[in-house]
Design a protein around this ligand. Structure first.
Ligand code: MLT
Length: 263
């Protein structure tokens, strides 16, 4: 089932009376990246996912996004749906939104799952890379950037063994509105650093990271793990940055195990 909230495409699977989990996807992907998790969780949980503004089926508008406006969108969805203490689960850019949401309104959530993400803001080098990406999209269109960026997200084993699946993901993301994709790049480039407040996260938190993640490697996520008081860390074998797609069985196992320990 799909509903439009504040203009965004929001998707539901599972029974309304079950405990809610809200999924936030990475960049430049959409809600479909959580398919394998929602498939196994929907029997016991209300699974809510949505396309972040500018990506997938959500409108790009003027593309003037900030991490703060992404958290505003999330808050509007939570309020509109009257979700009671959902578990929040975000990957990479979805993790940046999750971390800022935890700073702003931690009491709205019962637990958090952070996949392949980091609390640090972009370095100067990172900012310049985003600027170069925007320039490249303006010059060449979205497809060449999408191909290179997405390929870099996956471990070599996936690139070689799951070529068709990877090509489908690249093709799908290449259809997104370039204005929305560039808006997300600007929002990531200008986001704040949430490292200082990791020690203030009071809710149970699961951190998941692919062993071959080159964008947010296990060493980076382990540092976050050591700062969050009630945290658990799982390193996922045979996976790069897109663990839920690359090794869904291991990720599902980690999530189910984590959820089974919550009240
Ligand atoms: C993502 O997967 O959301 C991106 O890799 C995040 C980023 O580019 O910082």
């Amino acid at each position: 089932m799909r509903e439009f909230i504040n203009g965004l495409s929001v998707f539901f699977e599972g029974n309304n009376s079950n405990k809610p989990i809200i999924f936030l996807h990475g960049f430049p992907y959409d809600h479909t990246m959580w398919q394998a998790q929602i498939e196994i969780l929907k029997d016991k949980y209300l699974c809510v996912s949505y396309d972040i503004r500018g990506l997938g089926e959500s409108p790009a508008g003027d593309g003037q996004f900030t991490m703060e406006s992404f958290v505003d969108d999330l808050e509007i969805i939570l309020n509109e749906l009257k979700l009671i203490k959902p578990v929040i689960c975000g990957l990479s850019m979805g993790g940046y939104i999750t971390l800022r949401a935890l700073e702003r309104m931690q009491d709205k959530f019962s637990a958090a799952i952070l996949c392949d993400t980091r609390s640090e803001a972009d370095s100067n080098e990172g900012k310049l890379k985003r600027a170069a990406a925007i320039k490249r999209i303006n010059k060449e269109g979205l497809a060449p950037f999408a191909k290179d960026f997405i390929t870099n997200c996956f471990a070599d084993s996936f690139i070689h063994n799951k070529k068709d699946e990877l090509n489908k993901i690249i093709e799908h993301s290449s259809t997104f509105n370039p204005v929305g994709v560039k808006g997300c790049l600007l929002a990531m480039l200008s986001r704040t650093d949430t490292t200082q407040t990791l020690t203030e996260i009071k809710i149970p938190t699961l951190l998941v990271c692919g062993e071959n993640d080159v964008l947010t490697p296990p060493s980076v996520m382990k540092e976050m793990f050591h700062k969050i008081p009630d945290a658990e860390f799982v390193e996922v074998k045979n996976a790069g940055h897109m663990t839920p797609i690359e090794n869904p069985d291991e990720v599902n196992k980690a999530i189910l195990n984590f959820l089974s320990k919550l009240n």
